[in-house]
Write a protein that binds this ligand. Sequence first.
Ligand code: SAH
Length: 300
Amino acid sequence: MLSTGIMGSPLKSLVHDDDRYQRSFRLFLERSSEHQCMRDFIHSKLPDILSSIGDGKSHLNVIGVGSGAGEIDLEMLNELHKKHPGVTVDNEVVEPSSQQLHNYKVLVSQKPELNYIKFTWNKMTASEFEESWKLSETTKKADFIHMIQMLYYVKDPGATISFFQSLLDKNGKLLIILVSGESGWGKLWRKYRHELCNTEISQCVTTGDIKSLLDSKGVSYHSFDLPSQMDITECFTQGDEKGELLLDFLTEVLDFNKTASPELKDGVLELLRHPDCSMESEGRVIFNNNLGVIVINEPN
Ligand code: SAH
């Protein structure tokens, strides 16, 4: 997929190079409080959200969409288990990256205590999963569905949400996490959406956008803000390999530093350290990585 830089040079989307995407994602996790702020949410707020699901059943169906290596999924499943001890769980994992799926399987194999969970591995995208679910004509419903940092990669986030919401059983919950509209990401995308964002498979969507969409459809939801930060100091050191990798992650452009026009590069770097996006503290540039959580119930 190509998008055009200011000087007409084609920019390639990072998502087409899974190896580099995964490396940049790992580095992002190291440089940010991304997973820590999710863990805080999972331990403080999620237990209450999960307490009402299942409607007294002894078996729960869970679907994770875009699970990555599963660290966050397992953390949520653990809270689910604490709230519903003695209940067995069928966990459908939907993840197109074979590398990530492999990492997830390795993680599970190290935890024999998870034997109350049956894992089903679906190496596919959300829309492929939707297609195969519809073809199977199953009447199965889900009690808990989550899509964490995933909706950027679908063509029509609204349609994806509607489909997964339609799978919810009585008292079921759909949990969405994306960057907040007020984060540095939101600011970056508002200014450079056309230069950076790949319209086909990766989009600049925030919880602000999803809330407007749900409001317009009259779908009710609960939402939470998760403060989070990312240290992007290395992006400002010329030739720094890790800085370049982080810059790829921030722009979602493959080899941004080598392929973007000088104008685009200067503009993006300037905005990244602008107070709209970042604050400077003890010589570090700290990017606003705030996330938003949206929780939707079964449709009425
Ligand atoms: N939920 C994990 C991973 C987030 S990264 C976490 O928060 O740590 C986004 C994940 O979505 C990646 O693992 C990527 O492979 C996956 N993904 C990309 N396109 C997707 C699609 N169309 N459908 C489902 N998952 C997708």
